[in-house]
Design a binder for this molecule. Structure first.
Ligand SMILES: *Cc1c(COP(=O)(O)O)cnc(C)c1O
Length: 459
């Protein structure tokens, strides 16, 4: 194939040298071969292109392939979307204490399953589990990989081969790949639907109990609401039906809050301790939703239930790692000291008032006007808007915010959004009415200087 540069020629070009220096000769040569192959098939034999333009083309392809490879992987970003629990951006940002616990306590050797007083083997996550017990009033607790694993675990161990009664209003899908009917089926349990989408009564549950019934399942619909002509029995009533029928009452509350969040505008979010107090035998919830910690699935409930889970072989497959345990311990410790609303970022962000956000936004716009280059096409102004909680929690709740709406005289909003997203660190924004919207609710104060420089840098 004439005109195409050779692998060694490209390897010795400036971009080739840079790639080799940063990723190794072998990987650089592989990447170059792939790019040459791609160019060869596209350019074809019959196209007349001068030698220099082929070279420039292949070189440009190589740079692009390298850039795209670099942007893969896990990188820190600035979340300017205003979605507090943003699943695609890693859900809850960790508190300073949780970050320090991962780094200082858990990343090397640590007391993961070691009792420092006796020098004997200790129980994994014992401290975090004690804190959950203290904070929820449950008899015992166990921690697994995430809430989906927790639900699967509870259903597999206690309902496999039997029937699980659930209201038709709770057969929900949460985040694409967690569908309540599918999880039930996978666990080996048979689903028994009762009631209707909008109304289910205690009598519906009672009538569905048979000698094959293992449990009554209540699922918090999380990411959607049925409003209007609705009914469902209260937790205490369900717990009582389960008790007299001699079956378990399991509640999957998904996000779940450890403290009452009604002062944050989240009146509908179930609080774990209330479910336990109302008589739920077992409750599952996520570590990285409203709790504001690392990814984890927390199972809290009656001692004999938790003991059976701990002794089950599935626990070995679903258990949580030392980094998450350390972060969870630190996060739960903030709750125990009654300091969660000032230390846990999710709660700080949820409680941030529109006035505070507006003051920050006004200040940032002023500094942007001073920092942007002469003749810059950037125009920024303030506008009312709403932030979202995200993570499938409280879909009806609206948090009033002040947005910074950014336009550019020559760049489209889509281009502006892309430039910010591809900067380092990436700034994730959303577009509305042809403008790029920045919501400072989800931007930490520490990130504001970087955000300012990156926006001004767009020019
Ligand atoms: C989010 C959610 C889950 C899944 O939790 P993960 O921690 O994402 O696995 C399960 N059940 C409910 C009700 C939820 O809201």
């Amino acid at each position: 194939m004439h005109n195409l540069p050779s692998v060694s020629e490209l390897l010795n070009s400036p971009i080739g040298r840079e790639i080799a220096a940063r990723s190794g000769e072998k990987h650089a040569a592989d990447l170059i071969r792939a790019v040459i192959g791609e160019a060869r098939s596209e350019i074809g034999n019959n196209v007349e292109i001068s030698k220099t333009s082929v070279r420039a083309d292949v070189s440009a392809r190589l740079s692009a392939a390298w850039l795209s490879e670099q942007s893969g992987g896990t990188h820190r970003v600035i979340n300017a979307t205003g979605v507090v629990i943003h699943t695609n951006l890693g859900r809850a940002p960790l508190s300073e204490k949780a970050r320090r616990a991962i780094n200082d306590e858990a990343s090397g050797y640590c007391t993961l399953e070691y009792d420092i007083e006796t020098g004997n083997r200790g129980r994994r996550a014992a401290r975090a589990e004690e804190l959950i017990v203290e904070l929820t009033g449950a008899e015992s607790a166990i921690i697994v990989n995430n809430c989906a694993a927790a639900a699967f675990f509870v259903l597999s161990v206690f309902a496999s081969g039997g029937e699980v009664i659930i209201s038709r209003g709770e057969l929900v899908e949460i985040g694409g790949d967690f569908r309540v009917p599918d999880v039930l089926e996978q666990s080996g349990a048979t689903l028994v639907e009762v009631g209707t989408t909008n109304r289910t009564r205690g009598a519906d549950y009672r009538a569905a109990v048979t000698d094959r019934t293992r449990m009554i399942l209540r699922v918090h619909p999380s990411n959607y609401r049925i409003v209007g002509f609705t009914a469902s029995p209260g937790l205490t009533e369900l717990a009582e039906i389960a008790r007299v029928s001699n079956v378990l009452f399991y509640e999957d509350i998904g996000s779940g809050a450890l403290i009452d969040l009604s002062t944050f505008g989240l009146a509908d979010e179930p609080v774990v301790s209330r479910s336990i107090a109302a008589g739920a035998d077992v409750v599952t919830f996520s570590g990285d939703k409203l709790l504001g910690g690392p990814q984890a699935g927390i199972i809290a409930g009656r001692r004999e239930i938790i003991d059976r889970l701990r002794a089950h072989p599935l626990y070995r497959a679903l258990r949580v790692d030392k980094l998450a345990i350390a972060a969870l311990e630190a996060t739960l410790d903030s709750y125990r000291r009654d300091a969660a609303s000032s230390e846990v970022p999710v709660l700080q962000m949820l409680s941030m008032s529109k006035e505070v956000i507006e003051a920050r936004a006004r200040d940032l716009v002023e500094r942007l006007d001073a920092a942007k280059p002469k003749g810059s096409g950037l125009v920024a102004q303030l506008e009312d808007g709403v932030s979202a909680i995200g993570g499938g929690a409280a879909p009806a709740a609206e948090l009033a915010t002040k947005l910074i709406a950014i336009k550019h005289q020559t760049l489209s909003a889509a281009r502006l959004e892309q430039l910010l997203r591809m900067s380092d660190p990436g700034v994730i924004t959303r577009i509305a009415d042809g403008r790029v919207m920045i919501d400072l609710r989800t931007v930490s104060l520490n990130d504001e200087p970087a955000l300012l420089t990156l926006i001004a840098g767009v020019g």
